[in-house]
Write a protein that binds this ligand. Structure first.
Ligand code: 13P
Length: 252
């Protein structure tokens, strides 16, 4: 399957940012989205506290709404946690799992991430599974080994284009303004594509692979031109409608 046949996805990860008043920024994104990136899917993942209001505001628009994490169990005595079913109940259609901030700050292993991805599927959500190497791992020449290990450990059986998106986010590129060279991105994405197909069969050809890490309007077009880059997962720049829409414009 060629890159042209995979519909690009521009996903915004708001992380722990946003209060009720942020709905004004969402409205700007919804309104602006009518004019940009017609060939792409657009997704905003606000904090859990805003999913319900964002999903209601975005209903009928081009903007889909997703969560940033879920617990694997559907319900139970897990104080403070949110299940995939709860996200779906609020109107989310996707959930990020295994973000490096979760893997690092909450000690999430590949097995935990795999269980969360399975939970997302159980609830009818698309799982956006994040993988990526640290700076030390890159400098040690271990990037592809790390990505292979994370893919093998984090993906449940039964992947499809509808239920899975992979986000390649080099940890050292997140929030730093640093990005890998185009060649390094191309190598990582080609490796990810081959690994998914080898492990999960031809369905892996249609799975979208996003690049994430310091994506902004000024570098989005160059990233999108790279083979097997089927969109982006945007952190900081997704908080501002003009920047998020500027990135989306690269995918028109
Ligand atoms: P930045 O775009 O702020 O570098 O964050 C990337 C990210 O972690 C998205 O999930």
């Amino acid at each position: 399957m060629s890159q042209l046949e995979r519909r690009p996805l521009i996903a915004g990860n708001w992380k722990m940012n946003g209060l009720k008043a942020s709905s004004a920024e969402l409205v700007r994104i919804i309104q602006g989205a009518a004019n940009v990136g017609a060939g792409a899917d657009l997704l905003i993942c606000p904090p859990a506290t805003l999913i319900m209001s964002f999903a209601e505001a975005a209903r009928g628009s081009r903007i889909a709404v997703g969560g940033q994490d879920c617990r694997a169990e559907p319900s139970g005595a897990f104080t403070g946690d949110v299940s995939a079913e709860m996200l779906a109940d609020l109107g989310a259609t996707a959930v990020i799992v295994g973000h490096s901030e979760r893997r690092t700050l909450h000690q999430e292993t590949d097995a935990v991430v795999r269980a969360k991805a399975a939970a997302a599927w159980r609830a009818g959500l698309t799982a956006i599974v994040c993988i990526g190497e640290t700076r030390a791992e890159r400098e040690a020449g271990q990037t592809l080994a790390v990505l292979g290990r994370q893919l093998d450990g984090s993906l449940p059986a039964g992947v499809s284009a509808a239920n899975l998106v992979i986000a390649y986010e080099p940890v050292w590129a997140i929030g730093t303004g640093l990005t890998p060279t185009s060649g390094d991105v191309a190598q990582a994405h080609e490796f990810i594509r081959e690994r998914i197909v080898a492990t999960h069969g031809e369905a892996g050809q249609a799975v979208r692979i996003l690049y994430g890490g310091s994506v902004k309007p000024s570098n989005a077009r160059e990233l999108m031109a790279i083979a097997n880059v089927d969109g982006t997962l945007v952190g900081g720049a997704s908080l501002k409608a003009t920047d998020f829409l500027g990135i989306a414009a690269a995918y028109s």
